[in-house]
Design a binder for this molecule. Sequence first.
Ligand code: V0V
Ligand code: CO
Length: 140
Amino acid sequence: MLLRIDHVGVACHNLEEKIEFYESVFGLTVVSREVNEEQGVREAMLHVADGDQGASYVQLLEPLHPDTAVGRFLAKRGEGVHHIGYGVADVTRALEEIGAKGVRLIDERPRHGSMGASIAFLHPKDVGGVLTELVETSRR
Ligand code: V0V
Ligand code: CO
């Protein structure tokens, strides 16, 4: 069901500073920047590699407000890995299959994600403490 790791989401206080860090230390390139009001984030995707099933990225996340998912995470845990996003062929179908196994779905239906993807989150408490995102890449 999981095709690949699409991205690793990293929470940070200052997006521009972290972009500069990943560019200068790892030589990564920003391929997309977006403000996602629904998710409460300003985010950037940095391309890591291409594979048979698609590309993989680091997603840097800065909260739009303290009272958001990433804002609360930063207050509680500080900067670091926030979630893992796995590529799936069909996010609606994956949600049905995973939900039927008793894993709590944060999103019952897909939301808008970075670069036109359809995304949905699974509750970290049911995935061994890992906030898990399903990503169906845009066909465009
Ligand atoms: C919170 N918890 C986490 C966690 N965030 N555990 C692992 N990884 C995380 N990232 C734990 C937290 O320590 C608490 O456990 C418990 O979950 C409840 O957390 P809370 O502090 O009450 O925080 P809430 O109210 O923010 O709820 C947590 C969830 C929330 C995961 C339900 O953050 C959420 O709905 N996240 C999904 C949306 C999201 O993260 N969007 C930002 C990325 P204890 O302390 O009680 O044991 S947007 C994105 O990736 C996009 C757009 C994209 O890829 O395209
Ligand atoms: Co993400």
